[in-house]
Design a protein around this ligand. Structure first.
Ligand code: HEC
Ligand code: HEC
Ligand code: HEC
Ligand code: HEC
Length: 512
């Protein structure tokens, strides 16, 4: 090939082509450089603090001034439009879907009202709306305790710390757990947010709920020693765990406690509760001393293959997104099936449709057996009631009631570990299978007791085809509960909100 100089000499147009080609390249390089500089400036602007955040600032919008992307994505948990086969962001009235639950929880608040959860944005609204919290200010007695607020709001660590400052660390926390639910009605108004999981000075992840720190420390673990990846699950374990109210720790205090001292499994927690003779309520039909499982999401998750491979909750529920060249964590915590591309396909090469099918397949199969166990439990409660009606004695019934307690505990543990059928299908199936065995054991014993009273027929299965029928069957006056709730929402709640607004107005915002 001839040197360029000679080529241009022979064919002058080659020179012009080279000239314009380089001009075009220079032009686009210039554009790229200017765009990079602009993005940099944007990034610097994004992370330049606009306001001063106090250590326990509960107002998410104030944090949002410094971190607009995370705030805006957090705010999208308001969206209730997504629905998957069994879950999603819309509220689902589970008693309507599955009226057997009403009988399983007879004598306990959950039989009045139980809906499947929605986004974090609604945490405070939903705890006010549920019939379970009753109608303080309208009725004399109150069904729930102050402790019920603990997993709803960054106002919780704010209040705890102000009590700790005035009463000392231990007494301060115990004081938060004292009294009825309405005690903190005007104090707790901001839904789950930034201060629950972040230290405002460094933005690193932090644990703000004492129950988790205390449970880990009783197991010989120190929160400050956990890895960054473990923290991406532990921030969720502040709330998505099994817990109970320990009344023996501090006087008049419903001290929030995780039953992990013997281990994180369903069997270990059962043994823990049995040993201390704890029960949440006495079933109104079978009179069994019942346990209500809360939501052992973290415990079940930890037994699955993703946890085993070191995947964290945030990997699937808070994937990174990229916007204008900036990568950040999507705070729209939701069903990952609404965002398979970022939630799953960063690790899996399979098509979306196949991954979704994998999830549904696990859920379908587990629900089959879970539904069977529910039916067996309804039968056991009804048969136990028949036995009492015929004159069975405490001594005769004791072991039956213990079986009912254990079988229902296992059912509830599996059912309320939201996402468990996918997070850990094998362990979830095992728990349900053991529940089925124990429930059948109880029914064999019941058959013997019934026959000792010359009762040999099948005890009829109640007509509980709808939520309304089931609630009538267990004797709930729903009209009364609903109208009291309505009045509470129209009178007490606006009063709480007004007082809270005055408090936050006094705080103001400190601009930098
Ligand atoms: C301060 C307590 C708290 C913390 C911390 C918390 N959650 Fe939640 N979460 C809740 C409550 C309460 C609800 C139900 C809200 C409702 O229904 O009003 C919920 C609901 C959810 C839902 C259901 C959303 C929907 O659209 O149906 C998912 C998923 C979820 N949380 C995942 C997580 C993950 C993942 C983490 C950790 C990164 C986490 N949560 C941390 C309390 C918490
Ligand atoms: C349930 C816990 C939780 C809540 C509530 C939460 N975050 Fe986060 N946040 C996380 C996790 C997990 C990460 C990822 C941290 C990591 O891997 O370093 C994160 C990361 C961040 C980061 C680091 C940059 C990034 O995007 O990765 C910022 C800034 C942030 N969050 C701001 C906020 C703000 C503002 C709010 C309130 C509107 C908030 N967070 C609420 C858990 C939470
Ligand atoms: C951070 C990486 C990561 C993410 C994100 C992730 N996975 Fe996985 N997944 C794994 C690993 C690792 C395994 C274990 C199998 C292996 O080691 O090859 C696994 C296993 C599985 C399995 C088989 C395990 C079983 O239950 O039988 C399924 C199904 C699956 N993943 C679906 C999903 C879906 C659906 C999502 C999104 C909601 C997802 N994964 C997100 C890494 C990931
Ligand atoms: C490998 C991905 C993955 C990981 C890791 C993961 N989840 Fe999930 N999670 C899912 C999938 C998939 C579902 C089912 C969603 C559906 O059915 O729409 C789910 C469901 C849930 C739900 C119920 C959601 C709803 O819409 O009602 C909650 C709550 C939840 N997960 C919390 C957690 C917590 C807490 C952790 C960590 C301890 C965690 N998840 C870890 C993939 C994951």
């Amino acid at each position: 090939m001839k040197p360029i100089r000679e080529q241009v000499k022979n064919k002058p147009w080659v020179g012009w082509v080279l000239f314009f080609a380089s001009m075009i390249v220079v032009f686009f390089l210039g554009l790229l450089a200017s765009s990079i500089i602009e993005r940099r400036a944007e990034a610097v602007f994004t992370y330049t603090p606009q306001v001063k955040l106090s250590e326990w600032e509960p107002r998410n919008s104030v944090w949002g001034e410094n971190y607009p992307r995370e705030y805006q994505s957090y705010y999208q948990t308001k969206d209730v439009s997504f629905k998957s086969k069994y879950n999603g962001s819309a509220m689902i009235d589970m008693l309507e879907v599955d009226p057997r639950l009403v009988v399983l929880w007879a004598g306990y608040g959950f039989s009045k009202d139980y809906s499947q959860g929605r986004g974090h944005y609604y945490a405070v609204t939903d705890v006010r709306n549920t019939l379970r919290t009753g109608a303080p200010g309208v009725t004399e007695d109150e069904p729930m305790q102050s402790t019920c607020w603990t997993c709803k709001s960054p106002d919780v660590p704010r209040l705890m710390h102000s009590l700790m400052d005035s009463m000392g660390t231990k007494e301060g926390v115990a004081e938060f757990y004292r009294g009825n639910w309405s005690r903190w009605g005007e104090e707790i108004i901001n839904p789950i947010g930034c201060a629950d999981c972040h230290d405002p000075a460094t933005m690193s992840l932090r644990i703000t709920r004492p129950a988790l720190t205390e449970a880990l420390s009783r197991m010989g673990k120190d929160v400050s020693q956990f890895s960054h990846q473990e923290m991406r699950s532990l921030v969720c374990a502040q709330c998505h765990v099994e817990y109970y109210f320990n009344k023996n720790k501090f006087e008049n205090s419903n001290y929030l406690t995780l039953p992990w001292d013997k281990g994180l499994s369903v069997d270990a927690a059962e043994e823990y509760y049995d040993e201390m003779g704890f029960s949440d309520w006495t079933h109104s039909m079978s009179r069994a001393p019942m346990l209500k499982a809360q939501h052992p999401g973290y415990e079940i998750y930890m037994t699955g293959v993703h946890a085993d491979r070191g995947v964290s909750c945030a990997d699937c529920h808070m994937p990174y997104i990229s916007e204008g060249g900036i990568k950040y964590t999507n705070h729209k915590i939701q069903s990952p099936l609404n965002n398979v591309a970022n939630s799953c396909q960063v690790c899996h090469r399979e098509e979306t449709e196949k991954l979704v099918r994998n999830v549904y397949e696990r859920q379908d199969k587990i629900l089959q057996n879970r539904d069977k166990l529910e039916e067996l439990l309804v039968r056991a409660h009804v048969e136990a009631k028949k036995a009492w009606d015929l004159g069975a004695t405490e001594a005769q019934m004791q072991s039956v009631l213990q079986d009912i307690r254990h079988a229902q505990w296992r059912w509830d543990y599996a059912a309320s570990s939201h996402g468990g059928s996918f997070h850990s299908p094998v362990e979830t199936s095992r728990i349900i299978a053991t529940g089925i065995t124990i429930a059948q054991e109880a029914r064999i014993k019941l058959t013997r007791i019934l026959s000792s009273f010359n009762y040999f027929d099948e005890v009829p299965y109640p007509d509980i085809a709808t939520k309304a029928k089931a609630q009538e069957y267990i004797g709930l006056d729903m009209d009364k509960l609903n109208s009291e709730k309505k009045e509470f929402l129209n009178t007490t709640v606006p009063d709480w909100l007004e007082k809270a607004q005055q408090r936050e107005d006094r705080w103001g915002i400190v601009r930098l």
